[in-house]
Design a protein around this ligand. Structure first.
Ligand code: ZN
Length: 462
């Protein structure tokens, strides 16, 4: 049966569009962390929406599962193939079709690499504000399918807020053309939102109209040392009031993170360790002098009101890069605790301090050697945690996950703020979603993909 599917796919995709099992390159099997999938039946590389539609119609008729891949930078194992699946790679659908500077929109195909779009619009004085560590290989289609967040969410929102129009292909090959560049379009349920953040289980994103913004002329970054969590919250309020729409990042590093990151820097720390929290604040504006003035006044006020114990302000592009470097050492700093159990959770800011204390207690109860490192996009309520797993107790991985997600559930948080459920966190979906919500999600899945061929068993356990 699989050979007839392959020959039908070959007919519509041609030789460039179909790699049979024996010629499948290694790169379709691994993610950025080195996790491996199983060899797929084939890799298909459609050139356009029409080919995606024709290929899915064939797979639907045959009941053959399909897993969609963008840049494979996902961190939830959702994009890795399982035996018998067909990988649908969007890598050939990489055209930036149109940039409209007047409307502030770009029309792109799903396989466009994020950084390629960022660089394409910059010379026109425009910015696509979505930004994350995987920018050099992640794709816009993947960003949309996973509702990517990253560093500038506090100002510009997540991928969901940046998509105006969307084209998606359903499991049976039906093309849903919602590619309208309209900010306002109240004509019943907003179907594009079904495909944003649903990790490819409801349809394949093929093209999108995304929002562009004026490229800010200037950027300023400050690093602040703060003595306690009450003052971290006060600083967020103070920065929001003082910088208003110019605030683009508010990143908080617990001492467990900051102290390790500065030892990795290999030169003098911008602020000596020893305080409970360090906050990186970024502001972007259209007028350099006015922006510098605003940030300095905001910092001055924070020092006078004793919200901040110490602060440094970057004066040049090089100094800005140096301050960001402390925060960008996230992976390296976390790996000092190797082996680790990583988490990407959301909790209400008001309850964050109590949350971290409970996570600490719950993981120590699993094993007193469990050490914890915390940092995150605090203004978004998003914390990244790394918990050390004692290497002589492999079974502790699962126990640590259960302990932490149990606390997340009690705090009415989210088991995934940014990275998604994928394959990795299916068991914990119930800590963030009620039985009624999961039932509605499953109803949608069955309605749009009755034969369960799109990214099967991702998000939901079988
Ligand atoms: Zn993040």
């Amino acid at each position: 049966m699989s050979s007839s599917v392959l020959s039908a796919l070959h007919e519509v995709l041609g030789s460039r569009g179909l790699l049979a099992a024996e010629s499948v390159d290694e790169r379709y099997l691994v993610d950025v962390l080195g996790n491996r999938g199983e060899p797929p039946l084939a890799v298909i590389r459609p050139a356009d929406t029409r080919q995606v539609s024709a290929a899915l119609a064939i797979c639907h008729a045959a009941g053959r599962p399909v897993i969609t891949q963008g840049g494979r930078t996902g961190l939830a194992l959702g994009q890795l193939p399982r035996a018998g699946e067909i990988v649908l790679s969007t890598e050939r659908m990489n055209a930036i079709e149109e940039i409209d500077p007047d409307a502030g929109t770009a029309t792109v195909q799903a396989g466009v690499v994020l950084q390629a779009l960022q660089e394409k619009v910059e010379p026109q004085g425009l910015m696509f504000p979505l930004d994350l560590g995987g920018r050099g290989s992640c794709t816009i289609g993947g960003n949309i399918a996973t509702n990517a967040g990253g560093n500038r969410v506090v100002r510009y929102g997540m991928a969901r807020e940046l998509v105006l129009g969307l084209e998606a292909v359903l499991a049976d090959g039906t093309v849903l053309d919602g590619l309208k560049p309209l900010l306002k379009n109240n004509t019943g349920p907003d179907l594009k939102q079904l495909f944003i953040g649903s990790e490819g289980v409801l349809g394949v994103v093929t093209r999108a109209v995304v929002r562009l913004f004026p490229l800010p002329a200037d950027r300023t970054v400050a690093l602040c040392a703060v003595a306690d969590f009450g003052r971290v919250k006060a600083l967020l309020r103070h920065a929001r009031a003082g910088l208003a729409g110019d605030l683009t990042a508010f990143e908080v590093m617990w001492d467990s993170y900051y102290d390790r990151a500065v030892t990795l820097l290999g030169r003098a720390a911008p602020i000596a360790p020893g305080r409970a929290y360090h906050v990186l604040i970024e502001a972007c504006g259209t007028e350099a002098a006015a922006l510098a003035d605003k940030v300095e006044r905001m910092l001055q006020g924070a020092l006078e009101q004793e919200i901040v114990a110490d602060a440094v302000l970057a004066k040049s592009g090089a100094e800005i890069a140096q301050l960001w470097k402390v925060r960008d050492l996230a992976i390296e700093a976390s790996r000092l605790l190797d082996p680790i159990v990583p988490f990407d959770v959301s909790v209400p800011i008001a309850r964050m301090e109590a949350f971290v204390a409970e996570v600490q207690a719950a993981t120590k109860a699993v094993d007193p050697r469990c050490d914890l490192l915390v940092f995150g996009h605090l203004a978004d309520g998003n914390l990244h945690l790394a918990v050390h797993q004692p290497p002589d107790r492999p079974e502790a991985f699962h126990a640590i996950e259960q302990a932490v997600y149990g606390v997340v559930g009690r705090f009415r948080g989210s088991v995934s703020a940014e990275h998604g459920i994928g394959w990795l966190k299916r068991e914990y979906l119930q800590h963030s979603r009620s039985p009624a919500e999961i039932a509605v999600m499953r109803t949608l899945k069955t309605a749009l993909d009755p034969r369960n061929i799109l990214n099967p068993h991702r998000i939901f356990l079988p």
